[in-house]
Design a protein. Sequence first.
Length: 338
Amino acid sequence: MKDLSFLDKIIFFINSIVGVVLLISYLLPFINPIHFAAISAFSLAVPVLISVNLLFMIYWLIRLKKQVILPVLLFLVGLPIFPSFFKMRKKEFVKKETSIDVMSYNVRMFNLYKWIPEEGIDKKIANFINEENPDIICFQEYHPDKNIHLDYPYQYVQIHNKKNNFGQAIFSKHRIINKGVLNFENTNNDAIFADIKIDTTILRVYNIHLESLKINPSKENFGQKDGKRLHNRVANAFERQGAQALKVLNHEKGSPYKTILCGDFNNTPFSWVYYKLKGAKKDAFIEAGKGFGRTFNYPFPVRIDFILVDETYEVDEFEVYPLDYSDHFPITAKVELK
């Protein structure tokens, strides 16, 4: 430290604080938010912390200082989780006849309350879906809309919020032979499932919408004056998410079929709920995505929407569509059923 200037000492002090927080964040997938909700809230900041740590690494490399060891060590420790944060190369797509297209999309009630000051958002969403024409769609915050015309013979709509008439839905080109809902207590969120028969294969698709953080991207950020209030709200949401994730897992254990989990988890890949729900399944983004996989319309590269498939299935392709029709972006995966 003696060979550091006063400015370098301040920078290294900040680097050390970021390093401690990042190190704690690496442990978050193993910390149940039901017991440590406040700490679990740091999972939202992991992409930012990783980026800042990389900047420190570059700074110390340019300065040729041994303090570079700290960010390098943090980088190496975090290597196993980096594919969840950023993918360098995309899997080469080879079209297969046995693949199905699975889409997950939080449509935010098709802009019912005009959050986006533009007419015809509902029709634009419908046109987009009809053009992509996926085999299975999982909608979160679905609202029955007379302007939405989607040609799907099999539909399961579960309206959880009766007052505002919205909930979750699964649309399928293939026959739904069984369906059900997993009600979450004291919330507008829930999970639904559908057993879908595709040729001779039956798979169970879960559409999951975990507790919302209620963050408005246009009005809120983590540095504003009411950050403490925001943090408490997020911590409470994380605690609820933990209980909701356990309910889904307990139900999934009784599934007689292989499963695909889709939905808006309202949490990142660095969280306990993601870690638990993923289990041995494959994350479609990690398997076949590229870049940051940003699914939430927020300044930071946040990925909170997921398609998780049975470990025996192959993911041939994954896409995020950066459409400004909702506060979430639709995601789709081509999944080869085996």
